[in-house]
Design a protein around this ligand. Structure first.
Ligand SMILES: NC(=O)c1ccc[n+]([C@@H]2O[C@H](COP(=O)([O-])OP(=O)(O)OC[C@H]3O[C@@H](n4cnc5c(N)ncnc54)[C@H](OP(=O)(O)O)[C@@H]3O)[C@@H](O)[C@H]2O)c1
Length: 301
């Protein structure tokens, strides 16, 4: 079966940009989103809009999803009007969401029984990477399915890493998000600590970035934190969801992950303070409020 007609379901921060890139790279694209207005916004660009996930699976050869979480993907894929209800043998299903390994495997069995290959392909690169088509894709699936997905992957990402069989992409993604959350939390705490102690927090960044533990992520988030730019690239609620998935996954594998457990509680604190929809950079503002000091503010002169 051809892979030129792509269905894309879930048009949030990530999915809307990925769907646009697929269209720009010459694919015929049919989109669906729970809140229809987000899909209608793409119609003037030449993307078709479907009324249900089932309708997408009727017309498209490749079915792509990028939705929030496990319940969302379960509904879109397996619900009464879901993709599975009209899926046909020979189609390819690529899920770009971050969900659980058991759900990905369940989808593999359900769609596999209908002759549909499934790949779990969570991404990293956030809103800017989705916009520019420079996402890093970590994928799990058979070699044959990976080969069929290649053109779609190239349209939305700049690097694809085949991590292993179905579920392996999600396994790596959960571990990776534990690392990002821990890096950002330690970095933000360092900024708050130096700043409140009366040292210019830019010196903390300068030293970190001159060292062996430097990261481009600290350039990006350091600038945003100093400028107090909390515009959303990745929501607190979604990272809290990923850390919860990581902890469940770690428990299932009997691997202790105390860092992820404690960072997840920092995210719980931010959510309790009403910051669930804010960017993950805003987690430290909850700590600033507790400390009575904002990063970069001058102390008593
Ligand atoms: N943002 C990032 O930096 C980033 C990076 C890597 C991976 N991810 C992952 O990519 C996925 C999407 O992230 P995002 O940032 O694009 O999130 P987002 O902007 O919040 O979009 C979430 C999408 O999921 C849909 N959705 C939520 N609940 C649903 C349900 N019950 N049924 C059907 N659709 C539902 C939303 O539809 P509505 O429009 O109707 O709300 C929307 O299309 C998540 O799994 C996230 O963890 C995000």
């Amino acid at each position: 079966m051809s892979t030129r007609h792509v269905g894309f379901l879930g048009l949030g921060l990530m999915g809307s940009r990925m769907a646009k890139n697929l269209k720009a790279k010459g694919f015929e694209v049919t989109v669906w989103n729970r809140t229809r207005a987000r899909a209608d916004e793409l119609a003037p660009l030449g993307l078709h809009v479907a009324s249900t996930p089932a309708e997408v699976a009727t017309v498209a050869d490749v079915l792509c999803t990028c939705v929030a979480d496990v319940p969302a993907l379960r509904e879109v894929a397996l619900g009464a009007q879901g993709l599975l209800s009209t899926a046909r043998s020979g189609q390819l299903f690529i899920d770009f969401s971050t969900v659980s390994v058991p759900l990905v495997r369940e989808l593999g069995a359900a769609f596999g029984a209908k002759g549909v290959d499934v790949i779990d392909a969570p991404v990293t690169g956030s809103k800017n990477g989705a916009e520019k088509g420079t996402l890093v894709i970590m994928a799990g699936g058979s070699d044959a399915a990976m080969a069929r997905a290649d053109a779609v992957f190239k349209a939305v990402g700049e690097k694809v890493i085949h991590c292993g069989p179905l579920g392996a992409g999600t396994q790596v993604k959960l571990a990776g998000n534990g690392l990002i959350a821990a890096m950002l939390q330690a970095f933000s705490e360092g900024l708050l600590l130096t700043s409140k102690a009366g040292v210019d927090p830019r010196k903390f960044i300068e030293v970190v970035q001159a060292s062996g533990f430097r990261s481009p992520y600290f350039d990006f988030k350091g600038k945003a934190l100093l400028e107090r730019d909390f515009s959303t690239h990745f929501e607190v609620d979604l990272m809290h969801k990923d850390l919860t998935l990581l902890l469940e996954n770690a428990a299932a594998n009997r691997v202790p992950t105390p860092t992820a457990a404690s960072v997840r509680e920092a995210y719980a604190l931010a959510r309790a303070a009403g910051k669930g929809q804010d960017d993950i950079g805003a987690v430290i503002t909850t700590f600033e409020a507790l400390c009575g000091h904002r990063i970069g503010d001058r102390g008593e002169e």
